[in-house]
Write a protein that binds this ligand. Structure first.
Ligand code: GAP
Length: 446
């Protein structure tokens, strides 16, 4: 147990110390369940999103993208069922008045005793809606009230007709979106795992009823393969089918891709918890919006000459939750060396450039020239470091996952070669300066 606790502590500390993740509004004491991405965190998140977009939209000929607004007409949330059903059971400890999600308390080792005060005197559970309320415009009344979206999916459903009319898409086809979601979670915690503001990557894959089961299986496999292709160890991932009483109000089938999270193990629970959810949402959302808006949201099938309302298969993943899984899986210790063995596709920096000695102007000058050339050669972000000794610089880059470090030494001045050191093997090769960017491109190929 202690080991898993330590691993999470180390990851939280590394991500803070190295500029990946900061507590939101930290100087004012923070806000529960809100985090900010630092300079390296925003790179990692952008790389995760780019890898998802490439796999889901760019490499397929039947998926298109969308970026719908966060604020929507309040009727959307009535029609979708979120106003009535997007709620968790809340219980309050009558002794210390701390509030919890009832199912979360039941899963703890302590059973139904309050984790805060140890007493067992609860209010009966009541359903607590997780949507944040806000108002649109200067008047705060019921008419101007709406909600921050708890999922991006509804923006896709309400634009279904627009996409069909403008893009000549044919069933089966998908609409993908990456954007912020907000949930006023009762119980937060475990770092990025359960937060109140997060980015989501969602695909709504519209298909024929008769093909829905097959497409569900297809997306399960595709999504599992995506995590493995980006470096997550297969043994830390599994599928779990939802029981009938677990599913969201819109789903007839849900399967989670679960990850073996160390924080859960440290709390005495099995580590397996949701990383991504895949749901069969049926024709529920489109039918609801057609009914409530009075607009026809059916699809005209050219082959059968019939109007149908498609079924929807939805893989949905939080960017922060994915980031946490990638970080945990990539974290390695090798003696006193900490290495983030992230796939190069995901690393914040693609390479680092060092002059061997910072007080030798001729070395610094050549290193600066190489650094600027690499920065403008489409490799991605390049780091510069001239502090301390070379060993410390390597370790510093290993800790943030930089796959390659190029060092400019005295031999570089004579024969125009530099060393490239590989993060994982720690082997060094000498390459010609004028070949450096093409060699790195080849090595980084993904
Ligand atoms: N549109 C489907 C949907 O919203 P969900 O299972 O509630 O489904 C999808 O959420 C994914 O979003 C989850 O698998 C998880 O990766 C992420 N997610 C959900 N709630 C989260 C939270 N409070 N904090 C961080 N990530 C969250």
């Amino acid at each position: 147990m202690a080991e898993e606790n330590k691993l999470m502590e180390k990851i939280v500390s590394l991500t803070k110390r190295r500029g990946f993740i900061f507590q939101g509004s930290e100087i004012y004491g923070g806000v529960g369940g809100i985090y900010d991405l630092g300079p390296l965190g925003v790179e990692l998140a952008n790389n995760i999103k780019a890898a998802w977009w490439k796999n889901i939209v760019q490499e397929r000929d039947n998926v298109v993208g969308l970026d719908s607004a966060i604020l929507m007409n309040k009727q959307v949330w009535h029609a979708s069922g979120h106003v009535d059903s997007f709620a968790d059971p809340l219980i309050e400890c009558k002794n210390c008045h701390t509030r919890y999600r009832e199912d979360a308390i039941q899963q703890t080792v302590k059973g139904l005793t309050c984790p805060n005060c140890g007493k067992s005197n609860w209010t009966p559970p009541r359903m607590f809606n997780l949507m944040f309320k806000t108002h649109i415009g200067p008047v705060e009344n019921e008419a101007s009230e709406t909600f921050l979206r708890p999922e991006t999916a509804q923006g896709i459903f309400v634009n279904f007709g627009n996409v069909v009319d403008t893009m000549r898409v044919k069933l089966p086809f998908g609409i993908a979106q990456i954007g912020k979601g907000f949930r006023n979670e009762i119980t937060i915690g475990n770092f990025l795992f359960r937060v109140r503001e997060f980015e989501m990557m969602e695909l709504e894959y519209f298909t024929y009823l008769k093909q829905a089961d097959k497409d569900f299986e297809y997306w399960q496999k595709e999504r599992m393969n995506w995590f493995v292709s980006l470096g997550i160890d297969k043994k830390n991932l599994r599928f779990r089918e939802h029981a009938d009483d677990e599913r969201a109000h819109y789903a007839v089938r849900s399967v989670d891709i679960e990850y073996d999270w160390p924080f859960a193990q440290a709390q005495g629970k099995p580590g397996w918890l949701e990383l991504e959810g895949i749901a069969n949402r049926t024709d529920y959302d489109l039918k609801q919006h057609a009914k409530e808006s009075g607009k026809d949201l059916s699809y005209f099938d050219e082959e059968t000459k019939e109007k149908i309302v498609p079924y929807v298969i939805e893989p949905s993943l939080g960017v922060g939750r994915a980031m946490l899984a990638f970080l945990i899986d990539a974290y390695h210790e090798d003696g006193d060396r900490v290495v983030l063995k992230l796939k190069p596709e995901l690393t914040p920096y693609k390479a680092a450039v060092f002059p061997l000695l910072a007080n030798k102007p001729e070395l610094v000058k050549l290193a600066q020239k190489i650094y600027l050339e690499l920065k403008t050669s489409d490799l991605g972000l390049i780091a510069w470091d001239d502090r301390g000794n070379i060993g410390k610089r390597y370790y510093s880059q290993d800790e943030i996952g930089t796959p390659f470090c190029a060092t400019i030494d005295f031999q570089s001045l004579e024969d125009q070669t530099v060393t490239i050191r590989d993060r994982d093997s720690m082997k060094q090769d000498r390459v010609k300066v004028n070949k450096l960017s093409s060699v790195l491109k080849e090595k980084l190929r993904y």
